[in-house]
Design a binder for this molecule. Structure first.
Ligand code: CA
Length: 304
């Protein structure tokens, strides 16, 4: 895997800036835009089918509240894990919305509640990407994330075991195979390496608080996935962004760095999306970025 030579463009939930996240159309679009990896967030169904969806809940991206009103839990939420794969297939997927107000989270993106989109399994998405790899002659990678392993365990399910088996069956076994497996849960990623003896390329996702030390991460993972603000260190007196030592320290330990999440419609205190990309890719020197807008990042990298 040559991820250290070229900046990697990882389609975050697909080309999710343009089409509803994690649908097959948004993955096709990201593929056509030249992303290097397509991301899959994974949650198990009631019948143990790994589903490609960001949350353990359904009501922020589907019409579950209309179709299955009785399947709501006491906390008012609908859980993927309470539905069979067949039931999940009955749902229509929409651009992400607030279930209380029905307002779109990103109002300038694809209109909520329009057209027809469906949920799908990890197996279906892998077949889709491998099919495109065959028909285009390219070799675009997958980037699955094990979501909330502790929640799954409390529900009596071992999500990593099930996902690793599917990856294995689909030909993803070693670092040479075009697959990067990611997880926020430190214990679980260690378990994937040390108990399941996975030889896959593993990325430890990180947040600000309670992060495992880099030296420890380097004993079981091949890379880190920090939040954008972890690679920055505020601004200096002239308003120029300062860079934290996270990327340099990770590189010293031979860990690659793929930062999240780069959105052309949400670039915070930066003057432009390009300014943000420049700081991340060429000043902080991250090895790749998770983005909702793979076309814009591919263009930016090609111009630099
Ligand atoms: Ca993710």
């Amino acid at each position: 895997m040559e991820i250290q030579k070229k900046k990697a463009v990882i389609a975050h939930r697909g080309a999710s800036g343009y089409l509803p996240e994690h649908t097959l159309p948004t993955k096709a679009m990201a593929y056509a835009m030249g992303a290097d990896y397509l991301e899959q967030d994974i949650v198990l169904s009631k019948d143990d089918v790994p589903i490609v969806i960001h949350d353990i809940h359904l009501e922020t991206v589907t019409d579950v509240a209309q179709k299955f009103p009785k399947k709501k839990r006491k906390d008012g939420r609908f859980y993927v894990i309470d539905f069979t794969f067949w039931e999940l297939k009955q749902l229509n997927v929409s651009e992400r919305f607030d279930p209380v107000t029905s307002k779109a989270v990103f109002p300038n993106r694809f209109p909520a509640f329009t057209s027809t989109f469906k949920l799908h399994s990890l197996q279906e998405e892998i077949e889709f990407i491998q099919g495109l790899n065959k028909s285009t002659g390219k070799n675009i990678g997958i980037y699955p994330e094990i979501k909330e392993p502790e929640f799954h365990r409390k529900e009596g399910k071992d999500i990593s075991k099930i996902v690793l088996k599917i990856l294995n069956n689909c030909g993803y076994n070693t670092k040479k195979d075009n697959c990067i497996l990611q997880c926020f849960d430190v214990k679980e990623l260690k378990r994937i390496r040390n108990v399941f003896k996975s030889e896959l390329f593993l990325v430890q996702l990180t947040e600000f608080k309670n992060d495992e030390k880099l030296e420890k991460i380097a004993t079981y993972a091949d890379g880190i996935g920090p939040w954008i603000h972890q690679i920055l260190d505020g601004k200096d007196k002239n308003g120029k962004w300062k860079i934290s030592n996270l990327v340099a320290n990770a590189h010293k330990l031979n860990l690659i760095v793929h930062a999240y999440t780069f959105r052309a419609d949400q670039f915070g205190d930066f003057n432009s999306f390009e300014a943000l990309l420049h700081v991340a890719l060429y000043e902080a020197n991250v090895d790749g970025v998770f983005t909702d807008f793979p076309d814009k990042v591919v263009d930016f990298i090609n111009k630099n």
